[in-house]
Design a protein around this ligand. Sequence first.
Ligand SMILES: [Zn+2]
Ligand SMILES: [Zn+2]
Length: 292
Amino acid sequence: MDQTVFKTSIVALWGLWVCANISVYSMENNNRPLGKKGIIGKVLAALATSNVMHHYNKFCAKTSSLLGIPASEEMQLLGKEAQTAVGIPAERHVPIQYISGLDASAKALDNTILIGEEFMSDQTKYGVKRCNMFHEAVHIKYHDDEFNGALFLSSLLGTSLVTKMFVNPQGKLKLLYILALLVGHYLGRALQGKFESYRERRADIEGHYATQCYQCVTEKIEDIQDTYALANDIIARLDHNIPLSEEQSYGLAYAKKWIESKKRYLSIEENQMIADELRQCNRVCAFHEQSS
Ligand SMILES: [Zn+2]
Ligand SMILES: [Zn+2]
């Protein structure tokens, strides 16, 4: 490989890696208002929405088939509205697909936003569906599904390239590459774990603001509160009961997993701050405007 290309790729890979780390760190340790991105967050966003990242995403998406079946016209429109509102150019929009048995309300992949039963149910408030769709649209905007993999890959390649650059192992010493890959693997996994929290918070923040409706965000908050109450109730009733039926232990495990996973997202208080801000500016969506 040409020396300049080689050096540039090392710098680029490690730049990406360092940016992601600092960004996660600064997101966790700042007093900045929720809606304001720091400089590192902006760099990371620019990388994730770049043409290079988009082409990488497209390349990966080609190898995965489209899951589920096309969702209703109403959901396609909501998907379009969400993707436009979070700032995705029309040619990068993905279709909305329905799949049964999804273990989340919705899920953004590299080629679609999957929606599950919760989205089809009349019991689910419109604001919950709207906030969830906008949250997933932010994942699509930043190619989050594939960006996570890109981080892991850059960590793996980065450690190997740095080894070659500084040690350049020959003969038996080439075994050092195995060590470098192991270190890269470990660092990559650690970074992915941190990045997963970062991207969920980013999707909540940007998605909720983009709804431009305090009632939608309020309905989403009520839904989280209800689910917390339900999960805590299950845990209180079942946690010290022995023996449990198969159904009960499944319910208990699910409730615990849900509470654990919620730590990655905005807290109720943080969500409330966004709702209050939108309320102060009197922001209401067309649906809630009509229904009031
Ligand atoms: Zn998410
Ligand atoms: Zn609304």
